[in-house]
Design a protein around this ligand. Sequence first.
Ligand code: B12
Ligand code: SF4
Length: 482
Amino acid sequence: MARKRLLLIIPPQKGLLKGFATGIVSLAEYLALKENEIDTYIEILDYSLFGADEVKINSLDYANIENLIVGVTTTTASYQSALYVAKNFKRSNANCTVIFGGHHASADPENILRSHLGVVDYVITGEGEIAIYEFIKDFPVVENSSNLVYLKDDKIIRNKIAPFLSEADLDLISLSYKETELYGYSGKFDTITYVSARGCPLKCSFCAVANQKIRTKNFHQIKDDIRKLLLLGFNTIAMEDNFFAHSSTRTFELCKKLESLQKETSPFKWDCQTRVESLKSPYIIKAMENAGCYAAYLGVEALNFEHLTYLGKTKNPDRYLDLLFNIVIPNMLNSEVDCFINLQLGIPGSNGSHHKQTMDSLQRIGFMAKEKNKLITVFPMLHVVYPGTKHYTDGIHTKAFTSNVFEFFTKWEIDQTNLYSWLGENFAHGTGGIPQGILNTEQLKANSFQIVPERILEIQNQLSEIRHTDGIKVFEYKPFIT
Ligand code: B12
Ligand code: SF4
């Protein structure tokens, strides 16, 4: 039997934010640790900067390879592109085995397998390292592979769930940035992506990564990883932990380590994503500033009571807003850490009163920023529904859409050239998910999609109003799209 060969593929991502898929690198690095047990040749194919023709041509190189396993990562936004990759590899080599993994596949395996028989053979859900290791080790026997979902005699089989990687395991997974030439772009907005902790225990209704225990890397490992990034020439790091400052003890300790690292190496700066509540202490912000943090993205998401409730962002919206306006923003404005705010537009049922409350709040914080000669940057998001979220389950229960809506919607969306560009250029969270607030609700129920032009106009006007607010800057995504 020929040696197994595993391709780990990042599909083309035209119209989406630049940056390679860190998850794929992590899988390859974990498998490298198990090299002796799997006897498999592993290759990463990064098509993130390529177009359809290149995929077609490149897949022919694998036409005669035996024992070929093709693993494709997919978000909802890159789902159609992932299917395109899979179809081309199957066409070139009918005997290859295709596995999908990543956020979209993890949340919608049954629809994917049923809708793409003969194209997608398996889905690995959730964290992929242990699962792909078990799959490769035992392949072609699959019964004992964790996190595996597949069809057998028209029945969906879901194998046992693998434990999460331990914190010790996370430390063992190195960064393979040494092969930077393999990867298109290093991270969002000219940064390098770095994940120091996985998971988020909270349950925001719109979020695709909610409800998972946080596991962190060891401080020494983080220091070593960052040292490595600096040696490779990257000096602006995006800490893409879901909830960076979840623990004040850890944040203080980590910042102390990063501060000491600043003295040992060339200077570097970093940003992070965190929740409003985690920055209530000015000492935390100070510690982050001393450690080189230049900006924190606050997942504020909404600036009025009803929207915050709808998004499941907080149980007490009044206290949340009070904390934001009276403590967190003033403290940030007194520091060198820039205040970046994620804000969702197009929330279903939005009305003039919601918008007025949002604008009043923005004017208030803009005024505070202006008084300090600063700007607060708003990162607009469009409210969309992703699979696996509470909003998705709610939508099915209320019959707002069917459970296989993504099969239809993602296919429809990629052909809507103007809409696709509008989404990519104006919002980070937008492409791929169902933009419930701008679609005709009756048609959506029947997997048919029609944009309500007045809604788009309304959102355009809101964006323009936000852009013209003193002390507020709206981030422009356009230069950072593939
Ligand atoms: C860093 C980041 C980016 C970076 C890098 C993208 C990437 N694909 O890694 C950039 C800036 C490029 C980016 C872009 C986008 N992003 Co982004 N991003 C993230 C973020 C914050 C961290 C990702 C990460 O590194 N995680 C750590 C790694 C180790 O985990 P992982 O990627 O999930 O991979 C693991 C498993 O999923 C699985 N796995 C993954 N792929 C595969 C493949 C196989 C074969 C197998 C077996 C397993 C497997 O195993 C991996 C290791 O355990 C996540 C939130 C999150 N926590 O995941 C959002 C997130 C992935 N992004 C999201 C979105 C919406 C986008 C964009 C659409 C934004 C836009 N409008 O352009 C684009 C899409 C780009 C694309 N290629 O599809 C959503 C996706 C939701 C969804 N259902 O699709 C997320 C979940 C944010 C959120 N909470 O909603 N993003
Ligand atoms: S939006 Fe942020 S805080 Fe809420 S569940 Fe997702 S990662 Fe956690």
